[in-house]
Design a protein around this ligand. Structure first.
Ligand code: TPP
Length: 546
């Protein structure tokens, strides 16, 4: 059979259902093999968006999402998505084409060393130089993409290799179980937790797995230890839980940081330093137990004293068996923090101002979203509002990127979420800046016939940077943009456009979007003028008073 057919068979054996991307001339054998396979090609309008979709598919399923591009310009367009997947621990395989490697009459036309370009952005990058190596390279790529810590991998399939004939056969998957934490380290952690007076649990992205989520809920319910989460750990335990203290959406000075400062032990489950730090460690401060699949990277802000390394769900199971609540534990201050946080989260949710207050948008949206509905956030200042104010009810229902924190991923990531969960309500939340970075994917969503809602929070500016600029005392310069008429823009793609013209209209428009099939684009004019007061001065002042 042709090497390209073998490649596709190897992908089928890995359970691949979709390939997101844009083929070029160098992928034509691959494309032809794909035509007769069980794998569906999701053609996109930009390779970067294809990469974001594949990464999100990987994040939601645990199986590597696959994306495809041609050589040179197609592959260079995948760079941001590679970084997004690799920093965000999302399993993803990128397949790129290349000119023939044995003989070519095209000189250096379009040739970039893609294998080397991908090296710092991936766990593995390799050119397939012979058809006979396809089965082992594909299996190895999936093994590395999916094993802890998951990330991006890259395979280059040159045109002449793709058309070679081969009788090689697909290599099946070996069965592995994750190693379990060694008993002594679990006992050591249990002893530290028993001895502590004010232990506090932190839940990070690595705990965002079904079993870990179940086990953590049992741990919290049995022990009564309060918890908070990182941005990417949102929803691992339902945030309506009475012991949930809040989200570390800001790095410092929020109410939750008062709780952290008061704790004498942080039980840190599934966090790694690639995510914007939820706290900073200081010599002589609280102790930290690091519970994760891998040991912690050494960093000046994070140097846990004890690590419990192995399958997280099993570690938490073992700890839950060993720990019983202690009478010397004192959570009263944490309860005060919880009360102050909840009171603060209610501020502004009924404000009728127009353009809308971000608190109102978050609160209104939450009120019409079913528990399992998913929001996919792009990157802008609203991400802080959503991380802080939007209560996630289930794991993986808030897709946000607190690792690369790239703009442009919101819409593609929502498209992938809808493909994975066709029956759930999916809402992309973008700034006007981030939306315009991949807005062409509206056409993909319309072509696929998806039911999707896209909120554009428009302030005609790169708001996040504007806020920082003002905060640093610089004058207002260089951050204002103009926007298209978003309603007409949506309609020109065959989507349905809406514009919110009063605060009270917002909720009804979103509800109507869930009942009328199609891609809905909702422009929501937003008022960020109070960001600094609320997210900075007021929180600092109120939390310091506690
Ligand atoms: C690809 C990329 N470019 C630039 C940035 C830096 N950046 C972070 S937020 C931001 C502004 C986002 O503007 P917008 O999408 O309109 O959202 P807003 O902050 O106004 O709500 C910029 C430029 C980034 N994170 N990613």
């Amino acid at each position: 059979m042709k090497a390209a057919d073998l490649f596709i068979k190897a992908l089928e054996a890995e359970g691949v259902k979709y390939i997101f991307g844009i083929p070029g001339e160098e992928n034509l054998d691959f494309l032809n093999a794909l035509k007769d396979s069980s794998i569906r090609l999701i053609l996109t309008r930009h390779e970067q968006a294809a990469g974001f979709m594949a990464a999100t598919y990987g994040r939601l399923t645990g199986k590597a999402g696959v994306c495809l591009s041609t050589l040179g310009p197609g592959a260079t367009n995948l760079v941001t998505a590679a970084a997004y997947a690799n920093l965000g621990a999302m399993p993803m395989l990128m397949i790129t084409g290349q000119k023939p490697i044995k003989s070519s009459k095209q000189g250096q036309f379009q040739i970039v060393d893609i294998v080397d370009m991908m090296r710092p952005l991936t766990k593995y990058t390799c050119q397939i130089a012979s058809a006979s190596t396809i089965p082992s390279r594909v299996r190895e790529a999936f093994r590395l993409a999916e094993e802890e810590r998951p990330g991006a991998v890259h395979l280059e399939l040159p045109e002449d290799i793709a058309s070679e004939l081969t009788d090689a056969e697909v290599i099946g998957q070996s069965v592995y179980r994750r190693p379990l934490a060694e008993g002594k380290s679990v006992k050591m952690a249990a002893a530290m937790i028993h001895k502590a007076k004010r232990p506090l649990l932190l839940i990070g992205a690595g705990a965002n797995r079904k079993q870990s989520s179940k086990m953590l809920r049992r741990l919290v319910d049995k022990t009564g230890i309060p918890f908070f989460s990182t941005q990417m750990g949102k929803g691992v335990i339902d945030e309506r839980h009475p012991l949930f203290l809040g989200n570390a959406a800001l790095s410092a000075d929020d109410f939750v940081h008062r709780a952290i400062g008061h704790a004498d032990l942080i039980i840190n489950v599934g966090h790694d330093v690639v995510e914007k730090p939820p706290f900073f460690m200081e010599q002589g401060g609280f102790q930290v137990i690091h519970i994760n699949y891998l040991t912690a990277a050494v960093d000046p802000v994070y140097y846990p004293q004890v690590g419990v390394i192995g399958d997280i769900a099993n570690t938490i199971y073992q700890l839950t068996e060993m720990i019983s609540p202690k009478s010397h534990w004192n959570f009263s201050y944490f309860n005060d923090i919880k009360d102050a946080t909840e009171a603060h989260l209610l501020e502004g949710i009924d404000d009728d101002r127009f353009p809308l207050y971000p608190q109102r948008v978050v609160s209104d949206l939450r009120s019409v979203m079913p528990d399992d509905a998913v929001i996919a956030l792009d990157n802008g200042v609203y991400k802080i509002w959503f991380a802080r104010n939007y209560k996630a009810h289930e794991p993986n229902t808030v897709l946000l990127d607190n690792a690369l924190a790239t703009m442009g991923a919101g819409l593609p990531s929502a498209i992938a979420a809808k493909i994975v969960h066709p029956d759930k309500n999916i809402v992309a939340i973008c700034g006007d800046g981030g939306f315009m970075m991949n807005s062409q994917e509206l056409e993909t969503a319309v072509r696929l016939g998806l039911n999707l809602v896209v909120l554009i929070l428009s302030d005609n500016a790169y708001g996040m940077i504007k806020w920082k600029q003002a905060h640093m005392g610089f004058s207002d310069f260089g951050l204002d943009v103009g926007n298209p008429d978003f309603v007409k823009y949506a309609e020109s793609y065959g989507a349905i456009g809406h514009r919110v013209n009063a605060a009270a209209e917002f909720i009804g428009i979103v509800e109507s979007c869930f009942t009328v099939p199609g891609v809905h684009v909702v422009e929501v004019p937003i008022d960020y003028s109070d960001n600094d007061r609320i997210l900075n001065r007021e929180i600092k002042q109120k939390s310091r008073a506690l």
